[in-house]
Design a protein around this ligand. Sequence first.
Ligand code: FCB
Length: 456
Amino acid sequence: MTLEFPPGFVWGVATSAYQIEGAVDEDGRGPSIWDTLSHTPGAVRRGENGDIAVDHYHRVEEDLDLIATLGVGAYRFSLAWPRIQPDGRGAVNERGLDFYRRLVDGLLERGITPVATLYHWDLPQALENAGGWPARDTAHRFAEYASKVGDALGDRIGYWITINEPWCAAFLGYSLGQHAPGRAEPSAAVAAAHHLLLGHGEAVDALRATAPEATLMLALNFEPTGPATNSDADRDAARRADGLYNRLFMDAVLGGAYPEDVLEDLTVVSDLAHIRDGDLDVISRPVDALGVNYYTTTLVRAGDAPAEAAPTQWPGSAHVVAHEPEQATTAMGWRIDPDGLERLLRRISSAYPRTPLYVTENGAAFDDEVGPDGIVDDVDRIAYLEGHLRAVRRALDHRVDVHGYFVWTLMDNFEWASGYDMRFGLIRVNGPSRERVPKRSFGWYRDMLRANALVG
Ligand code: FCB
């Protein structure tokens, strides 16, 4: 049976600056927190880093041609703040902006809509030295950066994503210590989450002033959670995890208030003194759409160590992920749950029916094997994508207002703390030559989006 998508549905593919660009010392770029963390022994698998990454900075023309061959209508990428403001403040570095002018013009020439993310985790190190996201001033610096970028590129970019995945930036970065800047300070993480959202709201104001016609959104990573058993303790653990992953961010941005139960949970690690009167009005400035990043769902059970007992492991200590040996997972160990995407889209849409949605990331890492012909026959990735697209189609059937879908990711790249081991790309990037070889999934996605339908 053929499952058609609505006319005009946006098909895209996504990347981020630090994961692909390399050229970390070129054309006046300053250091970011990911340069620092990736050069810290033990922080990244095999001690890998993004110094060269997949060399996109130097191969941008080749990559633009590949994106055009893929046939997507939109390309989601991020701008590296430290290329544009090497110290995170003050005058712009025109050479840094020039790279993005070339990229954006190259997309437009090929008829591809640019979707620009302003922050995909590469905070200028100078701002981290001044306190990082736990410091309120970082939100104001982000708004200044947004305003300058809007001035420079607002004439040619019609779609903006302010912040990518504030949960990860705040909690993986400042509490669990797995991502940059690698701090393990739960109360700082709670303040970071708030200031990331405040920065988002201030950036919306800045972009509205410089690019009034643009579509503005932010991208949240949702991880639907359920209890491993029906016990009260597990159900409460699931409520807490859902609150922290999902509701804290969505309700603040779209509903203008933090959920009361989550605020109460947070008092275990934070006095919440960083939240000031009027902040939620800024955080909830109207957006034109919401970006939904979805990979997996989790089942949780109550942790052995409540946050009071182990604050430095929080929030991981407050609940633990339940293991389900029979469940299929990706190479990341993430359970494959396409139905979770349908449920999530329907949930967001019933809570906030007026907000159009884009799936701004979805995809999977597998242990790709290169066949004798040099091609990766990644049937598991195709099955993953197809399953999730069927889920999007079912959500559309339930009148969820989904406007587009972006595969994570165009090509294998630096997968943060996992280094280059985790391959999410539609294109394989080979070893030191960094030769690009489209995988079977590349052709599958190209044919699917050309038909605007899943066939078969
Ligand atoms: C998301 C990130 C993206 C990539 C995928 C696998 O959380 O936004 O950069 O790492 O996960």
